[in-house]
Design a protein around this ligand. Structure first.
Ligand code: 0WK
Ligand code: BGC
Ligand code: BGC
Length: 960
């Protein structure tokens, strides 16, 4: 039976849409008393088959002007199912837009990630303080929460509420936080609790950009707050500063959470944790556990993260426009933040009373209510509170309370007035509950779609005084959600203590993570070298260089290489070159004309050969040469050969090099102390029918310098950062003891890998370096190399990861067999893991391939460990280069030096940040030198061939 339509030409807010004309609903006459009806109908405001969502109009004035006026007023608060569905759909659209990080058009809701990545494990335990600010309007609450970590064993929190003076809520931010700090200490003064190691969780119920569990920047105030100097600030820091200023107690603020998160985390539902937190108190908002991969701002593809929807700011005109009433516009216009939080202002407890007041004042001023009488209280903003509305709607005491409350407002209500006032309250609150339901339904539909579930089973934790105290709010909310999200099986769990426990849970997790962070910082601190430490290394190296050049005891051998000049471009001919000592052994044919053509082949040196007998090693080398000659059709040709031999050799001439000691995993017997050119020649001799003319032996640093010097004559330094590390440079002959002559220059092979073998680097060496050195085949040797080069960085990282696992910081403290395995963590992993283009998920993939059971926090920690180790390596390398360029500058008495460095080595070339960190350190430590780093394209084999070419040219000259 469709009800009568009362002539409604002047219905204020909206033109009646065709489908609605004549369908406005009223409940047929002869029904039970008002509040009875309210419950059965109000709860969902709907009866089967009826479209408009409304509530009964019994007790409304008969068909007269006044009743039309009342109709018109209350009509405005009626929301149709279609309108709710449109709000649901529009909010859902805004949510997905914001999750995708789409900035324009600006999404109507913010969808703020909260750094809470899991619902409580229940294992959290300890005593925690909680400070709640903003959830309940003009009051803050301090709680002392004890988490037992035992399922179902609850200790009742102790709490105290403090009223915040209006001038504090609208004053300077510092005043507000000082007030909070004062309340904290007043609370603690009264509590018989130990005051040591106090850890606090800060429940801050305003929209914030969180950048960590304890870092959160206020976007904008809402509700009754508008303190200056806080928006855009980190509210945790403001609280810490205030606690410090107050100075009474040392309280560590370890986490900040939104009240919806506290509500969700605090709910206990046994088997299935709540995954949605809903708060309707002075304001309204919800949070839920979102799939991390759906949150664009987080480069995370696994696990879930709690997102605060901040639906209070939902303001899609298309969806909200039709349900906004003139009273809403008035309320917004007179609010502290006009135009903002429009959705919240239709639902939040701070506004419900005001909406009722505006309607009552409107009806009174039109003579429909209180006989047209008003009162100063009725006309003053904020005189009707949420509590009033909830009481006036209370089915049991409603009417009596209405009378009492209206009398307190200086009004004298008639019987009809009382009923009409209850109608107004019901209209306002029913709409609030329905709108809140539409928003919640949007969240639930999104969850259901996101989890591709036919039916979503989910528990929603509810909190806030509107939910707790309003007699019908939750009933209507639940009924409407069932209507709008029928495919969701929702259980509503009232929060037991307003989320205090939930905040303590998050605080417990944050405290654990903070403790882990401290342990991580302590572990990595020795790897974070400051300017003075690097300058000390530079100075140490400079001193060792001078001593080494003088032939005095020094960890730097400063070996003369008999290379006196870099190529001048007149070199010509075909040359064979060998390149031994790096990752690969290469045999090269180098044709030098106006340019250089290179044909090369990589051969492997099995560990058994590298650590076998010297004869076996050099026979293997000759086998490779013969194989190369055959393949290149060079068999039987005796081309001049340059031998890049990347190990410390004392050279007695260009073609004489006594191996001082093996490095980098080589350990062939009967070689140390031998002239390796001889060893090669003997191997050639052992191999019948092979003729090779070994002209020069060069270190890979020299080969690299020469190779780059061919393109850039200013290249007077060679640097290798690969399996091993080392450098050479052009030194003034006058400074080189043991080599006759004072004029001109000679290239010096520094063998800086051994720097610090005399203990001069002990102040920088860590226990992890000691473990790597101890496990190496040359303990005590090559200490500088073992802090820098590719053969060792992976092992340093592995030892640190083992240490952090033993502290419980990583992998939940579970040591894995794989991580105990030597060399399992390759140095190339550092380059991959630190690559900017690699998202955290790829970092996790690398580590999972290693069989490491990790969480996303673990992946972040491993990334930080890699960064610390590679950064130290690059800085130490930079300090070494700074020592060399400063030496050259002073050698030449120059104010400014411009010099180039030829560089090679897998670590330097492949690591995403190594080269730039080296360059930055050199700029910092050698500001008077302009240093250009040239990455060698053809390796040092070309350099060896050029050295050979120069030697042949010089030999030619002496022969003519
Ligand atoms: C390529 C050079 C070679 C040098 C190597 C060092 O041609 O002489 O030994 O770089 O880098 P690694 O291969 O050890 O990473
Ligand atoms: C705030 C939210 C908060 C909600 C409930 C809103 O005004 O923006 O952050 O969760 O009120 O307290
Ligand atoms: C060797 C050097 C070599 C460096 C780079 C070190 O282990 O001692 O001679 O230059 O590695 O390959």
């Amino acid at each position: 039976m469709s009800l009568l339509v009362i002539g409604v030409p002047h219905i204020a807010r909206q033109e009646l849409r065709p489908e609605e004309s004549g369908q406005l609903l009223c409940v047929p006459g002869g029904q039970p008393p008002l509040w009875k009806l309210m419950d059965s109908v109000g709860s969902a405001g709907l009866r089967q088959g009826e479209e408009a969502l409304s509530y009964p109009e019994e007790g409304l004035p008969g068909p007269s002007d006044s009743s039309e006026l009342v109709q018109e007023c209350l009509q405005q608060f009626k929301v149709t199912r279609a309108q709710l569905q449109q709000i649901q759909a529009s909010l859902l659209g805004s949510m997905e837009q914001a999750l995708r990080g789409q900035a324009s058009p600006a999404p109507a809701v913010r969808m703020l990630p909260t750094y809470v990545g899991s619902t409580p494990h229940g294992t959290e335990q300890g005593d925690f303080m909680v400070l709640e600010l903003g959830a309940t309007g003009a009051s803050l609450r301090v709680l002392w929460v004890t988490l037992t970590g035992i399922e179902g064993h609850r200790v009742e929190p102790r709490s105290q509420e403090f009223v915040i003076p209006q001038e504090v809520m609208l004053g300077a931010g510092q005043q507000l936080f000082d007030f909070a700090a004062h309340c904290l200490s007043e609370f603690l003064d009264a509590q018989p609790v130990s005051k040591q190691g106090l850890q606090l969780g800060f429940s801050f119920s305003f929209p914030c950009h969180q950048t960590g569990l304890d870092r959160s920047t206020l976007i904008s105030w809402t509700k009754g707050f508008r303190c200056s100097g806080v928006e855009g600030q980190d509210v945790v820091q403001l609280l810490r500063d205030a606690i410090q200023r107050h100075g009474a107690y040392n309280i560590d603020v370890v986490a900040v959470v939104n009240d919806t998160v506290g509500t969700m985390m605090g709910c206990e539902l046994g088997a299935r944790p709540c995954e949605v937190g809903l708060v309707v108190d002075t304001g309204t908002n919800a949070c839920y556990m979102e799939e991390a991969r759906h949150v664009a701002v987080l480069d995370e593809d696994r696990g879930r993260v709690c997102v605060s929807v901040e639906w209070g700011s939902f303001s899609d005109v298309g969806a909200l426009g039709p349900v906004l009433t003139t009273f809403d516009h008035t309320l917004d216009h007179e609010s502290l933040n006009p135009g903002a939080q429009r959705f919240e202002k239709m639902i939040g407890g701070l506004y419900l009373g005001e909406l009722v007041r505006l309607v009552l004042a409107h009806l009174a001023q039109r003579g429909v209510l209180f006989g047209g009488g008003t009162s100063p209280a009725l006309l003053s903003r904020g005189s009707i509170l949420l509590e009033h509305v909830a009481e006036m709607e209370d089915p049991s005491a409603g009417a009596a309370r209405v009378r009492a409350i209206l009398q307190d407002l200086g009004l004298s209500p008639g019987a009809l007035d009382v009923e009409l006032v209850q109608h107004v309250c019901a209209a306002v609150c029913t709409r609030a509950a329905q709108l809140c339901a539409a928003a919640l339904a949007a969240v639930l539909s999104h969850l259901q779609h996101g989890r591709e579930q036919q039916t979503l089973q989910v528990a929603v934790a509810t909190g806030g005084r509107v939910c707790e105290r309003h007699p019908r709010f939750c009933g209507i909310l639940q009924g409407t959600v069932m209507l709008l999200a029928p495919e969701c099986d929702v259980s509503f769990i009232p929060s037991v203590d307003g989320g205090g426990r939930g905040v303590a849970m998050v605080t417990a997790v944050a405290a654990r993570l903070a403790a882990h962070r401290r342990l991580l910082e302590e572990t990595l601190a020795p790897f974070r070298l400051n300017h003075d430490q690097l300058a000390a290394v530079q100075a140490q190296m400079r001193k060792a260089m001078v001593k080494g050049l003088r032939g005095e005891a020094s960890s730097l051998r400063m070996l003369p290489t008999f290379v006196r000049a870099t190529p001048d471009g007149s070199e010509r001919g075909d040359f064979l070159a060998l390149d031994l000592g790096g990752t690969n052994f290469r045999v090269l044919l180098v044709r030098v004309t106006t340019g250089v053509q290179i044909t090369s082949q990589i051969y492997s040196i099995p560990e058994s050969v590298a650590q076998g007998s010297g004869q076996q090693l050099f026979d293997h080398i000759v086998d490779c040469i013969v194989d190369f000659q055959q393949k290149q059709g060079l068999s039987g040709q005796s081309l001049p050969l340059g031998f890049t031999f990347s190990f410390p050799c004392r050279q007695l001439g260009l073609d004489q090099g006594i191996l001082l000691n093996w490095t980098k995993g080589f350990n062939a017997s009967d070689c140390e102390g031998q002239d390796v050119v001889n060893l090669l020649r003997e191997a050639i001799a052992r191999r019948q029918a092979v003729e090779l003319n070994v002209v020069a032996i060069v270190n890979d640093t020299v080969g690299t310098m020469m190779s780059c010097g061919y393109e850039d004559p200013r290249c007077e330094i060679g640097l290798i950062v690969g399996t091993g590390t080392n450098a050479c440079y052009m030194e003034e002959l006058r400074n080189v003891a043991g080599v006759p002559g004072d004029s001109g220059r000679m290239c010096i092979n520094m063998e800086w890998g051994a720097f610090g073998d005399d203990g001069s680097l002990a102040m920088l060496s860590t226990c992890f370096d000691a473990s790597v050195d101890k496990a190496s085949i040359n303990p005590g040797k090559q200490r500088f190399e073992k802090m820098i080069s590719g053969m060792y960085l992976g092992e340093i990282v592995r030892h640190i990861l083992l240490h952090l696992t033993s502290l419980g910081v990583l992998f939940r403290g579970q040591q894995t067999q794989r991580l105990q395995t030597r060399d399992i963590f390759k140095t190339k992993f550092l380059s991959e893991i630190e690559s900017d283009s690699l998202a955290l998920r790829q970092v996790r993939a690398i580590l999972e391939d290693l069989g490491l059971p990790l969480t996303s926090d673990d992946a972040l920690i491993v990334l930080e460990v890699c960064q610390a180790v590679s950064q130290r390596a690059a800085q130490l390398c930079g300090a070494g280069v700074a020592a060399v360029v400063e030496k050259i500058r002073e050698n030449r008495g120059l104010e400014e030096l411009a010099v180039s460095v030829g560089v090679d080595g897998t670590l330097y070339k492949l690591h995403p940040h190594f080269s730039s960190l080296v360059a930055a350190t050199v700029r910092e430590l050698a500001p008077h030198c302009v240093v250009t780093f040239l990455q060698s394209e053809d390796g040092s084999g070309k350099g060896a061939a050029l050295v050979t070419a120069v030697a042949c040219r010089l030999a030619q000259l002496t022969r003519v």
